[in-house]
Design a protein around this ligand. Structure first.
Ligand code: 4NP
Length: 162
C-alpha cells in the first residue's frame, strides 16, 4: 500500500468518464497541495490501448486539463492492492468491481458521487451514446466528485484538530 492516497477511477470503457474523473482529480488534488497517485481503468476491454474519446479530450481541454496521454486498460486483480481507493462511476461498474475484488483486497470501494454531500449513491451517467450535452453533464459531475474526494482525502491526511 502506498504512503499517499492512490486512487483508481473505473467506468465501463475507460475512454469517457474515468479518464475525465482522473484528470479532474489530479487537478483538484494539486490545487489543495495534496500528493496523490491517480489512474483510471475500465471493467470492459473493448477499447484497450485507445486514447480517450475525442469528445472527452475536448471538454477536458476546454477546462484546462490534458487527458490525451491516457490509454484505456482493463481493471486487474492487482489493482485491488496497488490502490488505496477504487472509485466507480456508476453502480454497474461498482457491482463488477465487487465481483472481481480478491478476498484479501485492501482497497476501499465507493461511487464517485458518494463523496458529494446529498448525492450519495448517484451514478455518473454514461455519455458515450449521446450528444455533446451529455459530456457537459459528465464534466460537471466528475469535477464535483473529484473535488469532494480530494477534500475528503486531504482532511483524512491532516493532523487531528486540537
Ligand atoms: P465510459 O463510456 O464507460 O465512460 O468510458 C463508454 C465507452 C464505450 C462504451 C460504453 C461506455 N462501449 O460500449 O464501447
Amino acid at each position: 500500500m502506498p504512503d499517499r492516497p492512490a486512487v483508481l477511477f473505473v467506468c465501463l470503457g475507460n475512454i469517457c468518464r474515468s479518464p475525465l474523473a482522473e484528470g479532474a482529480f489530479r487537478a483538484a488534488a494539486a490545487a489543495l497541495g495534496l500528493q496523490v497517485e491517480a489512474d483510471s481503468a475500465g471493467t470492459g476491454d473493448w477499447h484497450e490501448g485507445e486514447p480517450p474519446d475525442a469528445r472527452a479530450r475536448a471538454i477536458a481541454r476546454r477546462n484546462g486539463i490534458d487527458i490525451a496521454a491516457c490509454r484505456a486498460r482493463q481493471v486487474t486483480p492487482e489493482d485491488f492492492h496497488r490502490f488505496s481507493h477504487i472509485v466507480a462511476l456508476d453502480d454497474s461498474n461498482l457491482a463488477a468491481l465487487r465481483r472481481l475484488q480478491p478476498r484479501d483486497s485492501t482497497a476501499r470501494l465507493s461511487l464517485l458521487l458518494d463523496h458529494v454531500e446529498g448525492r450519495e449513491g448517484q451514478p455518473v451517467a454514461d455519455p458515450y451514446f449521446g450528444g455533446a450535452e451529455g459530456f457537459e453533464k459528465t464534466w460537471a459531475d466528475v469535477t464535483a466528485g473529484a473535488a469532494a474526494l480530494a477534500r475528503r482525502l486531504a482532511a483524512e491526511g491532516a493532523p487531528p484538530p486540537r
